[in-house]
Design a protein around this ligand. Structure first.
Ligand code: C2E
Ligand code: MG
Ligand code: MG
Length: 733
């Protein structure tokens, strides 16, 4: 009942105390329960030691051989372990960070950065350190080895130095730098623990690196912490756990991590692995680009060519346009100044009627036919153009009347009959004007002017009732024809005897004796009759054919001299050497030397005349040739002295044997008396210079006497003898 008497106030106090007790006790019970599931242990480990310590890329957890071993050991000792990456640069620095309870890995106890002592656990596992080389090189003796290590392996490096005192260690921040140094031969090998190598060497670009089979040494793998009572307690507890680890378990952990393909390939790794394919792909790509570029360029060039073609051509007939014709004519005249050309302007008289009555198509067909028919008769050096509608111009070689007639028959006749042949009653009428190109047309090329001239002639035909063609400049045509007849006939004339060698005797007036002969060509042309040298020689010189004539003359002269010599007459003959016979690429002296040898003559029998004007044009070559000729024993004479403008200068410069003065040049025009006085002084001057002299063109006794009175007796001229054939000369002597 006493109990019942307990007051309500007291009851309230008891209840309050019980509640208080409950709130105090429950957390402590709970905390004890937590303690029973494990004490927290923060373990600091380095970042870069896959597969010993690394972050699992999928879960983000810290895993590895070291992690598994430490976790097992610690958990067996009741710890709940948390792993943290060490952010400090070295383990020494990390030892000073109270956030870690223990740190891994240590080989032995070291001092912290601030100088604190440490305690380390027993060895968790032996880690073998092996060398890696680049495969090509032989590793030198260990005592002379230069070895590369990562800077974070400070403790490992100290062990190496202790074990191999002669070794040189170079530190690198990253594995990449270390491998580069190895490849550059800056170190002989790299050193790291073999578990790390099992990971690192999975990188494709390191496939050439080789792990040396024997380990250099093994390092202990211990946990460490500052030497404090708490630290010592942790280490002691861990040592207990370590003691319980079996070797089989250790190996199982190592095997598990080292056989995993942990290496995560990077983009550069993929590039490296597929380099052949990439190179080929790259090349293919470049090739494709190049092909595309070239094809585009070719296409563009093709288009440009086509546009140019269209600009220069007439699309209906394929003939040149007026623009194209102007260009082509210029080209041809520059390239072939030696070809005699004529330019014709042609027009169909009744073309409008053709179009009106037979239709445009018929007109077009006629034009196409006309052009194509003409083209068949043209060579590469000729050209055809459609100026507009039915106006066609042609530049063609001037082949004389025969070619004109042939073209008329071959082309114009068939065009005239174009519709008649198709069974229609229209006869086409073609009017043409022909302009024969003069030498000045090759100098100053004016195609429009030539076309205008040809058109004027065409108009004259057009205005009559007839068709056909007319010349704008018939004189030029005649002249051209004559030149063509001369030049074109030369080869035949040399064979047929049309071309002959005549001789004009040279006399000594004081004795009346013939002292020499000048060989002069004579041409009895089959159609033109006798043509004078003054007409055909310049044409042959211009066309480069003079050498053919001259070598014919020289041979004939030698033949005659030889024959006369055999008949007992030792004679001397002069031949004319044209300026264009002497060329850099032609050995005239050598030719003459062989020629006289061939005919068994003495060089002094063969005299060579070179005109004064030739010396003026190319003095250097001519003087050299003269010297060479004289050195071979030939006599060289300067022909037509006084005909040029620099006669007196020549007299001084040119090393000839004899001067040949032409009376004609000085007496033919102007005051004959004055001319004679000049001749007199010239004779005296030449004699005073100690040179020989002959005067040609002597026509009268007075002239002969006059020359004699001035001391010149060597003469040549009609007064004595006119040029004559060899036979006539033989009769004379
Ligand atoms: P050239 O060498 O000065 O020859 C002298 C020219 O004067 C010759 O003319 C001759 O017939 C002419 N002649 C001679 N005596 C007299 C005279 O008293 N009065 C007049 N008026 N004329 C006289 P040709 O044979 O007509 O030759 C003219 C030129 O042609 C020559 O002048 C020579 O330079 C050249 N020639 C002649 N034949 C040949 C040849 O075979 N080859 C070369 N390259 N040129 C030749
Ligand atoms: Mg002469
Ligand atoms: Mg002469």
């Amino acid at each position: 009942m006493v109990m019942v008497k307990v007051s309500a106030g007291r009851l309230r106090i008891v209840l309050f105390c019980m509640l208080l007790l409950f709130f105090i006790l429950v957390p402590s019970v709970l905390s004890h329960a937590e303690e029973a599931s494990g004490e927290a242990l923060t373990v600091g480990v380095p970042l870069d030691r896959c597969p010993v310590f690394y972050e699992d890329p999928e879960t983000g957890e810290i895993v590895g051989i070291g992690v598994d071993l430490v976790r097992t050991v610690a958990e067996r000792e009741g710890y709940k372990v948390t792993f943290r990456f060490i952010e400090e640069e070295t383990l020494k620095k990390a030892l000073d960070n109270p956030a870690y309870d223990v740190i891994l890995p240590f080989g032995s106890a070291i001092k912290s950065e601030s100088g604190k002592d440490t305690v380390v656990s027993n060895n968790l596992i032996q880690t073998p350190f092996t060398l890696v080389t680049d495969g090509k090189r032989k590793v030198p003796e260990l005592s002379k080895l230069r070895v590369g290590m990562l800077g974070s392996l400070g403790a490992g490096a100290e062990t190496v130095r202790d074990l191999y005192p002669g070794i040189e260690i170079v530190f690198y921040d990253t594995m990449e730098d270390a491998v580069k140094a190895l490849r550059k031969d800056q170190v002989d090998a790299l050193l790291h623990n073999s578990y790390v190598w099992s990971y690192v060497l999975q990188k494709p670009s390191y496939s050439d690196l080789e792990v040396q089979p024997t380990a250099m040494f093994s390092m202990d793998f211990k946990a460490g912490t500052p030497d404090t009572p708490e630290g010592r307690e942790i280490i002691e507890r861990l040592n207990k756990g370590i003691a319980s680890l079996t070797e089989t378990y250790r190996q199982a952990v190592v095997l598990d991590y080292t056989t995993r393909r942990l290496y995560q390939k990077t983009f550069p790794d993929y590039l490296y692995e597929n380099k052949v394919g990439l190179i080929l792909g790259g090349l293919l790509f470049i090739a494709l680009i190049l092909i595309t570029v070239f094809r585009r360029r070719a296409l563009r060039l093709e288009q440009e060519k086509e546009m140019l073609w269209l600009e220069d051509h007439d699309s209906l007939t394929g003939a040149l346009s007026l623009t194209g014709f102007r260009k082509r004519v210029e080209e041809l005249l520059r390239a072939h100044p030696d070809i005699p050309y004529l330019l014709s302007y042609n027009n169909i008289k009744n073309f409008k009627y053709v179009n009106d009555s037979l239709g445009m198509k018929a007109g077009d067909a006629l034009l196409r036919y006309w052009v194509s028919r003409t083209k068949q008769t043209l060579s590469e050096e000729e050209a055809i153009c459609r100026i507009e509608s039915d106006h066609v111009a042609v530049l063609r070689r001037s082949g004389g009347d025969e070619r004109l007639k042939a073209d008329d028959q071959e082309v114009v006749d068939s065009v005239r009959d174009f519709f008649l042949d198709l069974g229609k009653e229209n006869r086409v009428q073609i009017c043409g004007g022909v302009y024969v190109l003069a030498p000045e047309d090759y100098q100053k090329i004016d195609v429009d002017h030539m076309l205008d001239c040809a058109r004027v002639a065409e108009k004259r035909v057009h205005d009559t009732l007839k068709d056909g063609y007319e010349f704008y400049n018939p004189d030029q045509w005649e002249r051209g024809k004559r030149v063509a007849d001369i030049v074109g006939r030369l080869p035949v004339a040399l064979q047929s005897g049309e071309l002959q060698v005549w001789y004009q005797p040279q006399v000594d007036y004081s004795t009346g004796e013939i002292t020499g002969l000048e060989a002069l060509s004579r041409w009895n042309h089959s159609t033109l009759g006798w043509i004078p040298p003054m007409e055909f020689i310049p044409e042959l010189e211009e066309t480069g054919l003079i050498y053919d004539l001259d070598s014919f003359v020289w041979n004939r002269v030698c033949e005659d001299l030889k024959r006369w010599k055999e008949q007992g007459h030792y004679r001397f003959a002069s031949v004319n050497l044209s300026r264009s016979d002497i060329r850099e690429d032609r050995d005239i002296p050598g030719y003459f030397r062989d020629l006289v040898r061939q005919y068994d003559l003495s060089p002094d029998q063969f005299r060579i005349e070179i005109t004064e004007t030739a010396y003026a044009k190319d003095p250097e070559l001519l003087i050299r040739t003269t010297e060479e000729l004289r050195a071979l024993g030939f006599r060289v004479e300067m022909d037509d002295f006084g005909s040029g403008y620099s006669s007196l200068h020549m007299l001084k410069e040119v090393p000839v044997d004899r001067i040949k003065l032409d009376m004609h040049f000085l007496t033919e025009t102007g005051d004959a008396d004055k001319g004679q006085i000049i001749v007199g002084y010239m004779v005296q001057m030449v004699k005073s210079l100690g040179m020989e002299m002959i005067v040609e063109g002597v026509e009268t006794k007075e002239q002969a006497e006059f020359l004699k009175s001035h001391g010149c007796t060597e003469m040549q001229g009609f007064y004595f003898h006119k040029p004559m054939s060899a036979e006539d000369y033989e009769k004379l002597s």
